[in-house]
Design a protein around this ligand. Sequence first.
Ligand code: ATP
Ligand code: MG
Length: 481
Amino acid sequence: MKRSLFLQLFLIFYVVLFVALSIITASFIYSRQRMENEAAELEMLERARALAATSQDYYAARMTLGAYQTVLEHAVDEKTAIWIVNPFGIVLQVSGLQEGEELLTQQQLVASLENLLKGQELRTADMAMQSGARVRNYVVAVPVAAEGGNSFAGAVFIYRRMANISLDMLGVYEMLMALIVFALAGIPLFFMTRSVTKPLKEMALASGEYAAGHFEKRIHENRISEIDTLGQSLNKMAEDLAGLEQMRMGFVANVSHELRSPMTSMQGYVQGILDGTIPPQDHQRYLKVVFDETRRLTRLVNDLLDLSKIESGNMPIRKTRFDVCELMRRVLIKYEGRIDEKSLEVEVLFHPEQCLVYADMDRIEQVVSNLVDNAIKFVPQRGQLGLYLNQGSDFAYITVSDNGIGISKEDLPYIFDRFYKADKAHTSGKGTGLGLAIASKIMQCHGQELTCTSKQGEGTSFRFCLDLYRGQDAAQAPERP
Ligand code: ATP
Ligand code: MG
């Protein structure tokens, strides 16, 4: 079963808080107990010293036995036991402890007596198990000085059982405080957890909307930087998707538009022929128009297929070795008819006359053909068309230029976009605006760039370069005719 992030985080925070509180409380109890024990030990020492002085009084007969015993009895409580030991190890014991508790043995007393009789005080503490619980035993011993001399008349031992450090030390007040802190901590924890889970919920909701094709929703800024980064990425994605969606819709609109005009005209002419509106002697002429339109449609569909292949990365680039000068001459011959029609002046300057490059020949022919086609389309009668080649140390530089209508500064950045036609009126019915998009994509596939410089009214030139043939893949690169 899936648990909500909120619950999970909330529980984790609470557990962490519980552990932290427990550690703090434990260390608090520990240090308090240590201080108490230390104070108790000092107090025992003081008591032993006082008893030692009383014992001295008693030995010196300044005190009756009865009075002495009263003092001793008053000095014990339920946690302590007292021994008054004479120099021979003979003991007088007074104890407030219960019967059967394990106290100091005679041997232990006698063993410590030796040092005590030299005037040294004694302090020991040890842990012992007593009826299943750990207890801490403290023993202090103080020598009893003999009357008027340097010798000692015995010693006073005080034994005390102290509680070991445990949770029992925690008073009701502390318990209550801990509970209140624990409960109150829930409030900030709740808001903290919500500050993490709320934006995530918002993002999940937005993603759902994006998936459904609505890209308007944006994620709000967040103070937590990681969450904010995620939110910004989602916003960026939504923007990109919206842009893409717009482009897709524009593309469909463009394609439909390009398809509709030839279809309508063909339909009109064929209908005219069929219903006799167009007289038989004109049939030939109109069928030629229909034929041209079908060719245009075929070209459009082929161009679209090419574009989609290149964009999806499915257009294979088959590089071979070939003479690019030869290719350009071939393209010129292909367009000879249209060049003659417009009586264009053609300048061809190749340095050198033959230049072997390594590229996909068919695709490069497509590029050059489109550039020459455009130049012819956009130059006036008797205009100029130039084809140039310069060979550098690594590349062949190819330029196709004309002195036609040129391209305005505003249009220049867009001419490589799909369906972009700068001078719509001038080229209407002539092209679809896909040629340069395809050409620039082909150059990208070659790792090169197709660039354009143009001035409105003066002319245009397109430039690109190709790798010179340097024996790349010599075995698989036969020269193509
Ligand atoms: P297609 O090549 O698909 O038949 P097209 O020639 O109109 O159509 P592109 O080759 O992509 O499309 O060119 C895009 C636009 O760039 C042209 O419509 C034209 O406005 C402008 N253009 C391209 N080459 C020239 C040029 N040599 N002189 C002036 N404008 C040009
Ligand atoms: Mg073109």
